[in-house]
Design a protein around this ligand. Structure first.
Ligand code: ZN
Ligand code: ZN
Length: 272
């Protein structure tokens, strides 16, 4: 970034703050920083809204876990059993591009002007509402102190307001594990194994777990396993976004990597 661009960015920010003081019903678009009038459905600027629309979970995803499914084939995620204790997943977005920015903004700014919009999107994604309680995935104490708020609890409160399903903090979390985002994919299940504990009897209850993003599903699975152990009859999972990987693209990437590795090998042997 050149000095000029940096200066321009700072100018836009300052201008944003001044406008926010002058027009209290306006807010900065959390994605691109443009000023706009806030309303539940339009908490972002028009352009960002359009881009978000293109990032909805696509039709044709697995009904149960929302993972990509190739026509005529079963779902890899369901077959792997990685989310075996979860009966159904709901999420409005793919965790990509603008959605990443939005989730990041939400995580670190705690409550943004776009909070009602997020709960509205989650409510729309919840196609059936046969649940008795919403249970947020708990944060560990240290992170809760750092952030001051559990973002899963905020999402659960927003969803509860819209659906009338009460929130229950039925899970406790023990110990201080490394954040899942800093743990390699294949070690995530191990990282959260046995850290969640149900703090009450849930006999026969239908529980909807709430979290911000589902990546490998390991955290949700660890929670759901515990909820079922405590007697829950059904466990669903509602997140703002799921990491959606197009199996076709993933395979191409893998193949390219393999090929690159091979050409590096040839290169090295030639030097020798
Ligand atoms: Zn914007
Ligand atoms: Zn599936």
């Amino acid at each position: 970034m050149t000095f000029r661009e940096k200066y321009w960015k700072i100018y836009l920010r300052v201008e944003g703050y001044i406008s926010a003081l002058l027009y209290p019903h306006a807010a900065m678009c959390p994605i691109c920083g443009e000023m706009r009038l806030v309303d539940e459905k339009y908490a972002l600027c028009e352009d960002c809204m359009k881009r978000l629309d293109a990032l909805h979970v696509p039709h044709g995803a697995c009904d149960r876990c929302l993972s990509p499914v190739r026509r005529g084939q079963g779902c890899n995620m369901c077959r792997s059993g990685r989310m075996k204790s979860i009966d159904r997943c709901y999420a409005p977005f793919n965790y990509r591009a603008e959605v990443r920015k939005l989730v990041h903004e939400f995580k670190f700014e705690a409550v943004g002007s776009f909070m009602p919009y997020l709960s509205l999107m989650m409510t729309e994604a919840l196609v059936d509402r046969d649940y008795d309680y919403l249970v947020p995935v708990p944060l560990n104490e240290k992170r809760l102190l750092d952030r001051g708020v559990n973002q899963a609890r905020l999402l659960a409160d927003g969803l509860s307001e819209k659906t009338g399903i009460p929130v229950m903090e039925a899970l406790d979390r023990k110990g201080y594990q490394k954040p899942q985002s800093a743990t390699p994919m294949e070690k995530r299940a191990e990282n959260v194994k046995g850290i969640f504990h149900a703090n009450q009897d849930l006999n026969g209850l239908r529980i909807l777990l709430i979290d911000d993003v589902r990546t490998t599903g390991s955290t949700a699975q660890a929670c759901a396993e515990e909820l079922k152990q405590a007697g829950a009859a059904k466990v669903g999972l509602c997140t703002l976004a799921v990491v959606y990987r197009d199996p076709k693209k993933f395979r191409q990437k893998k193949r390219r990597k393999k090929f690159m590795g091979h050409s590096n090998y040839i290169h090295k042997t030639n030097i020798k």
